[in-house]
Design a protein around this ligand. Structure first.
Ligand code: GLN
Ligand code: ZN
Length: 757
């Protein structure tokens, strides 16, 4: 067996990569210095993998921003608006595509499969692709020249590239395959001429739902490459799920197939046992979780490897992560502040590579006592498993005893809405906002002082209260009907709750790349999640005491907390979601008991959790929706539950959104308002709903007329009695002036609309 890696995190253990990029963008670093710094980072990562003993080290997994953008640039797929006239894409054009420039809007950015990594969407429109430079070849040469490493170049697979791109009609897909094929062949021929033996060709599109036509295209691509570049060995790498059509895919004319044995629900292994594996092919066995942060149960993993080696000769087995390690932080060694029982259970990129090397040694019979060696490498995992910090018997019991009744409001929405109308006496087309108001430098500075203990708890609360008071006053002046306290005490909507709930921990350096230089540090859910103290009651009650208008309590929902965290892997995600829901249910009860009549539970990440293949959507949505209901359904009829969601592709999960049974939902929609409104022509939504009437991502202040048109458009389909008027999302990233001006226009538009309906 051999050990292999599929991709190493780019950002560096101290986010050196991010800092270099941002300095360059700010004009503080010359291009040559950026190039030099990034080279050092890149070589450092290769050296690290070499030291760890990884035998197959990827090259060209590094990037100046995003690997999909790199691939687009390599093929000259630069949209016309960027004034590009062929040849290698200059750095400024490259970054303009990623981030926009004075003259041209940035390319769209979207989620990389079901991860929180975002890639730049290539645009095919109006372009004849050409090979501008052979990036994988440069990376291969550099690793060899500088470090003597025989790296394995990674290339984004042709079909995945085509499917992730836009700017062409569905029936042009094959013709784009035809246009790109000769260019891929040229890249590969040049690599072969250089003496490269193996290539890692990433085709995660094969892990999504595939149609016959897709399979034909894929077959055509790999047959053509095999014919044009004979002898070059392709490792066709798949990840994030099982492959959609095992039998067809393993018989493609490539030298190796990489399969994910962690995120496949056991399906890849099952298919492999059932259908076997081609005798001459190499199997890349993705047995170490490339996306989670936990030490593996190596004895169990070893058992899987042994099972595989019954079917595939050991010399044709690669031990590898389930995907690129792009999705995990660099090393757990830096986490000196964590409790040892937690720290020792963590495996970030470097620790994962160590596990891979150890498993490979075990597989090759190089360990004297493999069972013992593997068990001791997993000791941290077992210790956490047993520890009292992970296990709260009361929580486990409560989650196990949840009943269907706890997921049901006592009356249907129609009856509740009558009771709530009576209680709140809101005007037609009530106006509200989504929760947060501008987080100014002053607010961030205050939080820093409090965190560094330069400010006492009282000092900080007094400061927050002043902000709340200011903004309650402003909201009253604006004439909004339902107010919010403004979320000034929160940096981040998940971190805030994680810090107050039991079962969460926070790392010091556990950053992962989200998009470009933007990194996130997800909380870690390591133990049973439990309510400890009320989290939002003080601020909400204070805000309510300042006004006679209703103030919404503001919580982050269970699925969003789950999807934006690193989650323990010893119980199901459903179990964790239910535990979070129970804790939130208690918070909801506390708010209600304190007299808060409206409670908003945000679920912007509900859609993100959807599995890659359609056939698994229903199961996910069922438990996700139920968790939301556990959190919210315990309230009285007169308590109004709101929810909020971002991103607009809702057409296909409308049923589930309605199933949340929230009395009112607000949805981000201004960027594709028409489309979202149309979907309500097909689906009758019977609850309160606000389709965002202006885009909060832009500093632009929308006019009263514009907002009025949005309202009119929506009310051609939706009943005015159910419609709410609100912005797209929270306003925390906007400046106060923009916020006030936009909201003033929004309330005016509402006033003008009311007499019409
Ligand atoms: N209540 C949150 C806010 O206003 C919602 C944020 C979100 O949907 N991402 O900031
Ligand atoms: Zn939002």
């Amino acid at each position: 067996m051999k050990s292999a890696n599929l991709g190493y995190p780019r950002i560096g253990g101290r986010r050196e990569w991010k800092k270099a990029l941002e300095q360059y963008w700010a004009g503080q670093l010359a291009e040559a210095d950026l190039v030099q710094q990034l080279k050092e980072i890149r070589l450092g990562h290769l050296r690290r993998q070499l030291e760890l003993g990884v035998e197959i080290i990827p090259v060209n997994d590094f990037t100046y921003y995003d690997h999909v953008l790199d691939t687009a640039a390599m093929f000259g797929l630069v949209p016309e608006r960027f004034d590009y006239s062929g040849g290698p894409v200059e750095l400024d054009v490259y970054y303009a595509m990623a981030r926009g420039s004075q003259k041209a809007a940035a390319c769209e950015m979207t989620k990389w499969f079901n991860t929180n990594y975002h890639y730049i969407v290539p645009e095919f429109a109006g372009r004849v692709p050409e090979l501008t430079e052979n990036k994988p070849l440069q990376a291969y040469r550099e690793a060899k020249r500088e470090l003597g490493i025989e790296g394995r170049p990674v290339i984004l697979g042709l079909y995945t590239l085509v499917k992730l791109s836009k700017g062409y009609a569905e029936d042009e897909c094959s013709s784009w395959v035809d246009k790109l094929l000769p260019l891929y062949v040229q890249v590969l021929q040049e690599l072969k001429a250089e003496g490269v033996v193996w290539i890692q060709m990433d085709e995660p599109i094969l892990n999504t739902t595939l149609y016959q036509e897709d399979l034909q295209n894929v077959k055509r691509i790999y047959e053509y490459i095999a014919q044009q570049v004979p002898g070059l060995k392709l490792m066709l790498q798949t990840y994030f799920d099982s492959v959609d059509d095992y039998e067809q895919i393993i018989h493609l004319p490539v030298a190796g197939i990489g399969l994910d044995f962690v995120h496949d629900r056991g399906e890849n292994l099952k298919a492999l046992i059932q259908h076997g594996f081609p005798e001459k092919k190499v199997l890349g066995a993705g047995v170490i979780d490339g996306r989670g942060i936990w030490r593996a149960d190596l004895n169990q993993t070893y058992a899987v490897l042994n099972q595989l080696s019954q079917i595939i000769a050991s010399e044709r087995l690669l031990v590898q992560p389930s995907s690129s390690l792009l999705h995990v932080p660099v090393t757990a060694e830096s986490e000196q502040a964590l409790e040892p029982v937690l720290k020792n259970a963590l495996a970030f990129a470097d620790e994962k590579l160590r596990e891979i090397v150890l498993l490979t040694q075990a597989g090759n019979g190089l360990l004297e006592n493999p069972d013992h060696a593997l068990a001791s490498a997993s000791a941290g995992r077992y210790a956490l498993q047993q520890s009292s910090s992970r296990n709260a018997a009361r929580v486990q019991a409560a989650a196990a005893e949840l009943t269907e009744q706890q997921a049901q409001r006592s009356k249907p929405v129609r009856e509740r809405s009558v009771i709530q109308k009576e209680r709140f006496q809101l005007p037609l087309l009530p106006t509200t906002t989504i929760g947060s108001f501008p987080q100014t430098a002053e607010i961030r500075a205050a939080r820093q002082k409090w965190r560094r203990k330069e400010w006492s708890e009282d000092q900080y609360s007094a400061f927050i209260d002043e902000q709340i008071k200011l903004w309650i006053g402003l909201q009253e002046q604006l004439g909004l009907d339902v107010l919010v306290h403004g979320e000034f005490e929160r940096t981040d909507m998940v971190e805030f709750f994680g810090e107050k709930l039991a079962g969460f921990a926070f790392t010091s350096f556990g950053w992962v790349q989200s998009y470009g230089s933007r990194c996130v540090k997800p909380p870690i859910i390591y133990g049973d999640v439990d309510f400890v103290v009320p989290m939002t009651v003080r601020e909400t009650v204070f805000a309510q005491s300042l006004t006679s208008k209703p103030v919404k309590g503001m919580l982050t929902g269970p699925i969003t907390i789950l999807n934006w965290s690193f989650v323990r892997d010893d119980v199901t995600r459903e179990t964790v979601a239910n535990q979070i829901a129970l804790a939130l249910r208690q918070e909801v009860a506390e708010l209600e008991a304190a007299g808060v009549g409206m409670i908003q539970v945000d679920e912007p990440a509900l859609r993100e959790g959807l599995p890659l293949k359609r056939e698994h959507w229903e199961a996910y949505l069922e438990w996700a929706v139920r968790a939301f209901r556990y959190a919210t359904a315990g309230v009285r009829d007169e308590t109004q539950i709101h929810t909020h969601m971002c991103y607009c592709d809702f057409e296909d999960i409308m049923e589930s959104i309605s199933g949340l049974d929230a009395d009112v939902i607000s949805i981000e929609s201004s960027r594709s308002h028409g489309e979202l409104v149309e979907s309500f022509e097909q689906f009758t939504y019977d609850k309160g709903i606000g389709l965002g009437v202006f885009d909060i991502h832009s500093p632009r202040v929308p006019s009263v007329e514009e907002i009025g048109q949005m309202i009119d458009r929506a009310l051609r389909v939706l009943d005015p009695a159910q419609f709410w008027i609100n912005p797209d999302c929270g306003l925390k990233t906007r400046r106060a002036e923009e916020t006030l001006a936009s909201l003033r226009n929004m309330t005016q538009a509402a006033e003008l609309a009311r007499p019409k309906y």
